[in-house]
Design a protein. Structure first.
Length: 246
C-alpha cells in the first residue's frame, strides 16, 4: 500500500480498506480505520464551517455539512497549512447540484474566502492621507497607487455584501442588485466594504497600476471620487504613491 492509496481510502468511504492495517494485537482493524476516516473528514468540515459562516448560515448546518463533506472528499488539502483550505470551495459550490438554485451562494463563499485571504496577508503600513495635499491637481492625474497585500475585491451580479451583512451583522435584507466589495484590513481584522456604484473598473485599474487619471476614465458612470479615496484611506488600502516622470 502506498501513501496515495491510503489517502484515497481515508477520504472515500466507498474505497476498499487499505491492506496491512492491524491493531496492537495484530488483528485487522477496519473499525479503527473507519473512526479515523470519519474524524479526518469531520475535521475538514469544521475548518470550512469556521471559514464560511455566512455560507453556512444561508443553507443551514445539515446542508453545509453534507456539501463540505463532499468537497473534502473531492478536494483534499494539498498542504499541511490549513488556514486557507477551501480556496476553491466557491467553484465547487457552483458545480454542486443541490445548490444549483442558489445562484448567489458561490459568490458569497468567494467573499468569505477573500476575507480569509485578507486576514492572513502580509502586513503593510498605510500612507499618511496628508500626502495627497502635496500634489497639484495636474500631478494627481499622473499618480500610481500601491495597495496593501490584504486588499481583495469580489464583484458579483448578486448583492453579496448585503447578503453577507444580513447574516453576519444582522443588517436588513438587501435589495436585488449587483455589488462589488473591497476587503481591507486597517488594523487586525478584515473590513469588507461596499464599493461605490460605477467605481469597480476604476479601482481595479488602480490596483493594476494605472495612472489615476486613466483609471478615472474607466468609470462606468459618475461616482464620488472623494468618498472612494476616503474609503481607501480609512481602510488602510493605500501603502504607497508613485509618480511618472514628465
Amino acid at each position: 500500500m502506498n501513501s496515495a492509496q491510503f489517502v484515497a481510502a481515508l477520504l472515500d468511504p466507498a474505497a476498499p480498506l487499505p491492506q496491512g492495517l492491524i491493531d496492537p494485537q495484530g488483528r485487522a482493524a477496519p473499525r479503527r480505520f473507519d473512526v479515523y476516516r470519519n474524524n479526518v473528514t469531520l475535521g475538514l468540515i469544521r475548518v470550512l464551517e469556521a471559514g464560511f459562516p455566512a455560507t453556512r448560515a444561508l443553507v443551514g448546518d445539515a446542508f453545509f455539512a453534507a456539501m463540505a463533506g463532499e468537497y473534502a472528499r473531492a478536494c483534499p488539502p494539498q498542504t499541511r497549512i490549513m488556514m486557507l483550505y477551501g480556496d476553491d470551495f466557491a467553484d465547487f459550490i457552483a458545480q454542486f447540484p443541490p445548490a444549483a438554485t442558489l445562484g448567489y451562494l458561490p459568490d458569497v463563499a468567494r467573499l468569505e474566502q477573500a476575507i480569509r485571504r485578507s486576514y492572513h496577508a502580509a502586513d503593510a503600513r498605510s500612507i499618511d492621507p496628508l500626502v495627497f495635499t502635496t500634489f497639484t491637481e495636474a500631478d494627481l492625474q499622473t499618480l500610481h497607487l500601491r495597495f496593501a497585500p490584504a486588499v481583495q475585491i469580489v464583484a458579483s451580479p448578486w448583492p453579496i455584501f448585503g447578503i453577507w451583512a444580513a447574516n453576519m451583522r444582522g443588517a436588513a435584507a438587501p435589495q436585488m442588485a449587483a455589488e462589488a466589495v473591497m476587503v481591507m484590513r486597517p488594523d487586525f481584522d478584515p473590513m469588507p466594504s461596499l464599493l461605490p456604484q460605477h467605481s469597480l473598473e476604476t479601482v481595479q485599474a488602480f490596483i493594476a497600476g494605472a495612472e489615476l487619471g486613466a483609471a478615472l476614465n474607466l468609470a462606468t458612470g459618475p461616482f464620488d471620487l472623494g468618498g472612494l479615496l476616503k474609503l481607501l484611506l480609512t481602510g488602510g488600502a493605500i501603502v504607497g504613491i508613485d509618480q511618472d516622470d514628465r
